[in-house]
Design a protein around this ligand. Structure first.
Ligand code: HEM
Length: 419
């Protein structure tokens, strides 16, 4: 391709356009960017533009260098947050070390590799229960009846949320993370109405309901402590002081949203991938423990449930030939890094035996690497194992429907039937 054609190809790319992610992931855009301009200036429809970082090596480098690429001005929002909105919405994910380190320590005990291993029995029990209810029907929506049900049940057990409130938390979480999809959210991020909610996470009124819920649960745990995460948050201290109520609410919201929607999409997109690549089911049927570990890593690479996270440059810096100025937004695209041919030979092949597999699905290196990665892996492995006897008879029974979002890579519906 000549220079003029390459420039024209790049100028037609708009990663800020949520509509571009509705029918499919625009992988050809990421391929073009990695090839021609791996640290690319992306103008935005509603914003001041950002650097799109698309190669595996650069995505890893940005994640590791938190002092240059700070999370402090917002990590999950592409939105340019005013100082009051930032202060009101800041969670652990938008906090740099050293403050971040203490916050993370408060909630990390149930998420270590060892702790996650202890939940295997619980996750198996939940997976069996969810699958047996779903499989009563011969046709069902895999997202609603399986993929959405397992992660929230696990999370509710960890947080101490009673079973009858799971549905409420799913609905609130959906409205927040899918705040660019008119089917799921009543107030859209890119609609004028969201302005009145700009001090709330995701600019979503659902956050207020989540905070109310968190307060009620706090009260209940204050009266009667239990061995759960909410009780740990109440007892924990940062800088020698208990966490203020607002920070407890924000942490509760972060854990529910981060742990629920993402794992749901890893499960749903993995099943969709196996329906599209039935030859890979045999790999699972033959897998020993190591085989399952490799398979789960490849499913995580393949599905990449979150497309990107955001940083802000704290100083002028050059990255892979591009000159980034202090204050510029820098967006790392995990979706692109996970299809980078320099890190993954034949990246568009789903290969459940792939090894090594240095995917960036949970971030890679750096202080914000996903807190729940071991739990997410466990849920994916255990559920797929339980589903395996049915998988060869599972087939699509309608069109999968994707969420309108350039942040969450996900399905709203995955209609299936059992032959
Ligand atoms: C397949 C499922 C999941 C995916 C794809 C995923 C992805 C990610 C990514 C990419 C980050 C890095 C954010 C950044 O660098 O700014 C992250 C952070 C985080 N994840 Fe996950 N996640 C998943 C499951 C979970 C689960 C089950 C939990 C449990 C609550 C969780 C809780 C968190 C938290 C609290 C953070 C912030 C960590 C920090 O700021 O130190 N995630 N996740």
């Amino acid at each position: 391709m000549n220079q003029a054609a390459a420039t024209e190809e790049l100028s037609s790319i708009d990663l800020s356009d949520n509509d571009a992610f509705v029918d499919r992931v625009p992988f050809e855009w990421f391929d073009a960017l990695r090839r021609a301009d791996p640290v690319h200036w992306q103008p935005e429809r509603r914003g001041r533009g950002f650097w799109a970082v698309t190669s595996h090596a650069d995505v890893v480098a940005v994640g590791q260098d938190w002092a240059t690429f700070s999370s402090q001005t917002g990590a999950s929002a592409l939105e340019d947050l005013a100082p009051d909105a930032l202060a009101a919405r800041r969670s652990m994910i938008d906090t740099d070390p050293p403050a971040h380190t203490e916050l993370r320590q408060l909630v990390s005990a149930p998420f270590t590799f060892r702790s996650a291993r202890d939940y295997e029995g619980l996750v198996q029990e939940i997976s069996r229960q969810v699958l047996s209810s779903a499989l009563v029907r011969s046709r069902f929506d895999f997202v609603e009846h399986v993929a959405a049900a397992v992660p929230i049940k696990v999370l509710c057990r960890l947080l101490g949320v009673p079973e009858e409130d799971e549905g409420l938390l799913i609905a609130l979480g959906d409205q927040m993370i899918a705040n660019t999809d008119p089917d799921l959210a009543s107030v859209l991020l890119d609609g004028g109405q969201s302005e009145q909610y700009r001090l709330l996470p995701f600019r979503s009124p659902a956050a207020l309901e989540m905070f109310d819920y968190s307060r009620r649960l706090c009260e209940a745990r204050r009266r009667r402590p239990r061995p759960d995460l909410m009780t740990a948050l109440l007892r924990g201290t940062v800088g020698g002081q208990p966490l203020p109520p607002r920070e407890i609410d924000i942490m509760f919201l972060l854990l529910v949203v981060a742990g629920n929607e993402t794992t749901r999409q890893a499960i749903a997109l993995s099943v969709q991938a196996l329906l599209d690549h039935p030859d890979q089911i045999a790999v699972l049927e033959d897998a020993d423990d190591r085989g399952w570990r490799l398979a789960v890593e490849e499913l995580l690479r393949w599905t990449t449930p979150l497309h990107h996270f955001r940083r802000t440059a704290t100083r002028d810096v050059e990255l892979n030939g591009s000159k980034i100025a202090a204050g510029d937004k820098v967006v790392v695209w995990y979706t692109s890094a996970n299809r980078d041919e320099r890190a993954f030979p034949d990246p568009y092949r789903l290969d459940l035996r792939r090894s090594p597999n240095p995917h960036t699905t949970f971030g890679r290196g750096g202080p914000h690497r996903c807190l729940g990665e071991h739990l997410a892996r466990l849920e994916l492995r255990v559920l797929m194992r339980e589903l395996l006897p049915v998988l060869p008879r599972l087939e699509p029974s309608g069109r999968p429907v994707r969420i309108r979002s350039n942040f969450t890579n996900g399905l709203k519906r995955l209609p299936v039937q059992v032959r």
